[in-house]
Design a protein around this ligand. Structure first.
Ligand code: PLP
Length: 358
């Protein structure tokens, strides 16, 4: 097609994000909360939408009321918080504001794919440093990359998607202290680890934190947060589209705070289920789960991962498959589901693995 040259080369070189649309009865591939909104809350939610959302009006630009409410929740000032259409949008906003051709972005590998994809889309140079064996940061290699590449942004997923563990806090602090650019600690899975860098925001002028409601029960609503120094947040805010958070999502974010205890109860249930699932995986022959602080488990297998994945799909279970990356061998990431889903997954995995040769 002769007009294709109009598309920038860095876009043409990329492949579209592979979101598996394989229909499976049991969906454990996207790190979602497996519990629906409780029935009483569903009723309340939809009656509030009917009452409060004017479909003919634009949403409130910049969501000022929500900024205030979530600032109080995060223990910061309202001008330190920005809301995004999912934290994905805020990753893109950060890269638009700081990145571009000739700018470097530092990430450990493997990690969340959007840092790389958004960075490449904007023409940034992506510097990937393999995680140390076991999944923690390779601090000397990361420090050397900071020195060599002078990245404008460093992204650290904490806990790390897909490997599951939280990086060592002292290593993260050392990176923040040494980084010439901004360091983004992405706490998408913070509710499952109970750990956060929010209390350290006061100590650094180059630390930014990402949060999301996607993993705690509101993935459909696309609500993310950026928290950081007010001067930086004000600059990122200029990149944000005026009506980035639609009116229903704004209402849902407020609804979350009104009923947070109910969402937290679900998160706690997931953390309890995680322990059982991890233990069962550890006891499964040829399967090796990595330690996790998130709502998913990354495991390797002494069998061909493509075949293990296919065996699961054949039995109606969708998980996420990862090619070897850095020091991490080919692996599967399974989201912690409801008890019956976890049991069905384990049954399918054991049956599937039993059919495969070493
Ligand atoms: C580490 C990490 N950050 C951010 C996101 C994006 O979340 P959101 O749904 O808020 O865009 C994800 C989603 O999987 C993630 O794993």
């Amino acid at each position: 097609m002769k007009r294709l040259h109009l598309i920038r080369e860095e876009i043409r070189r990329q492949r579209a994000y592979p979101a598996d649309a394989i229909p499976c009865q049991i969906k454990l591939d996207a790190n979602e909360n497996p519990f629906p909104l409780p029935e009483d809350l569903t009723g309340l939610f939809f009656s509030a939408v009917t009452r409060e959302v004017a479909l003919n009006r634009y949403p409130e630009a910049g969501s000022p009321a929500l900024r205030r409410r979530f600032a109080a929740r995060f223990g910061v000032a309202p001008d330190q918080v920005l809301l995004g259409n999912g934290s994905d949008e805020l990753i893109l906003a950060l890269l638009i504001a700081c990145g571009g051709p000739g700018k470097s972005v530092l990430i450990p590998t493997p990690t969340f794919a959007m840092y790389r994809i958004c960075g490449l889309n904007l023409g940034c140079r992506i510097c990937e440093v393999p995680l140390a064996a076991g999944g923690d940061l390779d601090l000397p290699a990361m420090l050397a990359a900071l020195e060599r590449e002078r990245p404008v942004l460093t992204f650290l997923s904490y806990p790390n998607n897909p490997t599951g563990g939280c990086f060592n806090d002292d290593k993260i602090a050392a990176l923040i202290e040494q980084a010439p650019g901004l360091v983004v600690v992405d706490e998408a899975y913070g509710p499952f680890s109970g750990r956060s860098f929010l209390p350290r925001l006061k100590a650094y002028d180059n630390l930014l934190i990402l949060r999301t409601l996607s993993k705690v029960g509101l993935a459909a609503m696309r609500i993310g947060f950026l928290v950081g120094p007010p001067e930086i947040v004000a600059e990122i805010d200029k990149v944000r589209l005026p009506y980035n958070l639609n009116s229903v999502s704004q209402m849902a974010a407020g609804f979350y705070l009104d009923h947070e205890a109910r969402f937290i109860a679900q998160t706690e249930e997931i953390v309890r289920e995680r322990a059982g699932l991890w233990d069962a995986l550890r006891k499964t022959a040829v399967v090796h789960p990595w330690p996790t602080d998130a709502n998913f488990i990354f495991f390797t297998c002494d069998r061909d991962i493509n075949q293990v994945y296919a065996a699961l799909v054949k039995r109606g279970v969708l998980v996420k498959k990862f090619d070897a990356s850095g020091n991490a061998p080919p692996a599967i990431r399974v989201t912690v589901g409801r008890r019956e889903e976890n049991e069905a997954f384990l049954k399918a995995l054991r049956a599937g693995v039993a059919t495969l040769g070493a």
